[in-house]
Design a protein around this ligand. Structure first.
Ligand code: ADP
Length: 499
């Protein structure tokens, strides 16, 4: 029990420890992912700030009154800027208000510009912009991503719109991304994906472990993804740790459940034992009281000389003697049982023959057999081996078996006792033709204090310790006792001892 309590406690401590480490791990993962998120946010705002600043500088640099110097004004524009054009209030390109910075063939810039004018510009709601207000739009033309920044400019009472075209591919492939995302860092891996989730820049990495994503503002749907480098050795170790943890947690849970189940069982058993014990006390008290009152009654009669003849006096004396023997047997049973229960060494082994023990027990029971009007068949095999045994204890055991047959199976009128030898055992069987014992009770009758249900209803008194004692004695000799019975055709008790 102590070991069990210790095991359950240890298992509970182990579980508590795992719960703690798990929470700590979740917390550390959370703070780790917060760090990653902050880093990614910083990168995104770096890029956006720079792009916005570039576009703004350019939008401001364009002077509507000096459009002939547009090319000059554009000099030094950031590398992602591919063209600039100026529209009037009716969204028409102002003469001379269109310039390309990076196209080998200026026609391409004009083609793109016209495409914007037809497909993008009308949807922008440029006319709603306040003077000097800026905006941007992201989109794709023939799969190529672009970013347009535009601004409302006022010259006197005339309205103009300046549009700056950024080539997103140039931006991604350019200095800025290179500076912002440090690809030589092997601990943190950055990756830029476009609005279709396709890889656009950075390091390719598999989708597992910690991953944080931060969206761009200007580039609609674009995002930075960042992860911590996976260490394969660490991965392996984690995997192993995971398996060990699972096994240990499973073990701890099993131990706790098994401990609880065992405890519940022990409590039930204890409760049953207590019930049986109180039955036992009332039974034994009654068992003691009956012979005592008989002895008192007949003793008193003898003492008062209230006998008609000397035969009657002898008969009374015999009754007193018989009841005293019965009392003695019961007390002996109870005392022996108590000794055994306390675990005291009660046996004294010596060389003897079991046949003699059985004959002695039958002699002791002779008178009771006679009173019960029962006959006994005895068959003892010749030349039984000498074995080490405690003759007194075994006599008590055999007497208990015969007494039970007299007590419960008197109606069968007959008992058969047989002692034989097989390969390496001597087997004693005590057979009766009484009511028998129900199958589900055949094991339980050997428990201390247990009495069969059918017998509890009859006025046959008993203590329920006789067969427990028989079993203990048999096992102390290295043997055992068992019963076979098919009610209502009697029972056969078999007690065997090893040779
Ligand atoms: P007790 O006889 O004092 O009740 P035992 O341990 O000797 O206690 O027996 C336990 C129970 O086994 C008895 O109460 C009885 O129900 C049953 N039993 C024992 N021997 C026989 C038998 N020969 N025939 C029928 N039932 C028996």
């Amino acid at each position: 029990m102590n070991a069990l309590i210790f095991a359950v406690l240890a298992a509970a401590v182990a579980l508590a420890y795992y719960a703690y480490t798990y929470t700590a791990e979740v917390a550390s993962r959370q703070s780790e992912s917060e760090v990653l998120k902050e880093l990614a946010e910083e990168k995104v705002s770096n890029v956006e700030f720079k792009v916005a600043a570039d576009d703004e500088a350019l939008l401001k640099a364009v002077r509507i009154d000096e459009l002939d110097k547009l090319g000059e004004q554009m000099r030094g524009a950031a590398e992602q800027v591919t063209s600039v054009f100026v529209l009037d209030a009716h969204l028409q390109v102002v003469p001379g208000g269109s310039t390309s910075l990076r196209d080998a063939d200026p026609k391409e810039a004009i083609e793109r510009r016209d495409w914007y004018l037809a497909n993008v510009i009308p949807k922008l709601g440029l006319q709603k912009l306040q003077p000097n207000q800026r905006k941007h739009v992201y989109g794709r033309r023939d799969d190529r991503p672009f970013l347009l920044a535009f601004m409302h400019k006022q010259l006197g009472d005339r309205t103009y719109y300046v549009v700056v075209e950024d080539d997103v591919n140039r931006l991604v492939g350019g200095e800025l991304f290179h500076e912002v995302f440090d690809l030589s860092n092997h601990k943190r891996l950055y990756q830029v994906v476009d609005e279709r989730g396709q890889f656009a820049y950075g390091v390719m990495f598999p989708l597992r472990g910690l991953l944080v994503r931060v969206n761009f503002d200007t580039l609609d749907g674009w995002a930075v993804r960042v992860t911590e480098e996976d260490d394969p050795a660490l991965d392996d170790e984690l995997h192993r740790k995971h398996i060990v943890d699972s096994v240990l947690i499973g073990g701890a849970v099993t131990i706790i459940l098994a401990g609880l189940a065992f405890l519940a069982l022990a409590i039930r058993r204890e409760r049953r034992a207590n019930e049986l014990k109180s039955d036992f006390i009332s039974n034994v008290s009654h068992e003691l009281k009956t012979p005592l009152s008989i002895i008192t009654m007949f003793g008193e009669m003898l003492a008062n000389g209230r006998t008609k003849s000397s035969e009657q006096a002898t008969e009374y004396a015999e009754i007193i003697y018989r009841e005293s023997v019965r009392l003695d047997r019961l007390i002996e049973n109870v005392l022996d049982f108590a000794k055994i229960e306390r675990g005291m060494g009660v046996y004294e082994f010596a060389d003897a023959e079991l046949g003699e023990v059985v004959t002695r027990a039958i002699d002791l029971a002779a008178r009771r057999l006679q009173t019960a009007e029962m006959t006994i068949d005895v068959e003892i095999a010749p030349e039984l081996p000498i074995i080490k045994l405690d003759a007194n204890a075994l006599t008590l055991a055999v007497l208990n078996l015969i007494d039970n047959a007299i007590k419960y199976a008197a109606a069968g009128k007959k008992i058969a006792v047989k002692l034989a030898k097989d390969d390496h055992r001597v087997v004693l069987s005590v057979k009766d033709w009484g009511p028998g014992i129900e199958r589900d009770e055949q094991v339980r009758i050997f428990e201390r204090f247990y009495r069969a249900k059918a017998m509890r209803l009859k006025p046959i008194r008993g203590s329920g310790i006789g067969l427990a004692l028989v079993q203990h004695i048999a096992r102390a000799h290295g043997g055992d006792v068992s019963v076979t019975s098919t009610p209502p055709d009697g029972s056969t008790f078999q007690l065997w001892l090893p040779i």
